[in-house]
Design a protein around this ligand. Sequence first.
Ligand code: NAP
Length: 285
Amino acid sequence: MKIAIIGPGAVGTAIASALDNIDVTLLGREDKMMAFEERDTGERKSIPVKALSSVTTTFDVVFIAVKTHQIDTILPQLKTITHAQSKVILAQNGSGLLPKLEGYDAYQAVVYISGEKQEDKVRHDKDYRIQLKKDTFTEQLKAAISTTELTLELEENIEKAIWFKLIFNLGMNTLTALSRDTARLLKDERMLELCKNLLKEGLQVANAEGITYEDSFVEDVIAAYRIFSDESATSMYYDTMNERVTEVEAIQGYIYRQGQKHQLHIPYIETTYTLLAHQNEVRQR
Ligand code: NAP
């Protein structure tokens, strides 16, 4: 099984590192080396990146690990590096991008790999887990990479896993990006209340989509946030602080549009989504 990963960033480079004892190629904008470091152990390695534009061979499996708003830029080359039986895995946060991959056998993954890229260096913080819909192909892939550090969790109900991550990101990504503060913001009672209201509305949208969770869902998510250290933040926070475009359309925007489809009253999501979308518009002017 020949595997490629497009996007030599935090997630893409970590997947390449985890798969480095099998046939894997990391593809980026240009030929270069990425420096990769494990936060816990300090272990370092260099991972080669090939220019996507120069590759003419095809791969059986292609992970896409560019940011959601960057996907259009890789679509022309994706045709060149795939064949009729290739599988494409969207290793991204958010949802709603599969229609862009019409004609491909494509999967939306839920990514639990955390790290950060700065220029040509990636620091991996924790986890090498990817959730995928369970089927014959994903079982074969799981077997093919069983000797590597990457764990595939095969889900009977991938939509439930996707919505869990969407709502998880809805609370913390929204608030860290808009307040420009880290996880310590939950110590402020008013921010905590706002967070709960966002989560409740996210849950309302998921329910309207036929996805249900335990009654304790909102409290469970808050409890999971509380495990974060005060200084930890989200990718949307870092993108905001660095004046970069955020992934708001694939996360808050996707949830908002599903809510609209069901004619739900979701004022917290509507307001925060509008503010975040406007920030992106200002950055792209
Ligand atoms: P990232 O560090 O910004 O990496 C994206 C990479 O894709 C960058 O190296 C970027 O290059 C490259 N790229 C963009 N357009 C390209 C093109 N046309 N051709 C070749 N390469 C291209 O982003 P990330 O943090 O890995 O995030 C990837 C996805 O995983 C996002 O959806 C994110 O939400 C999700 N995710 C991230 C984490 C995390 O902890 N980082 C955790 C879970 C999920 P440039 O830098 O030159 O643009």
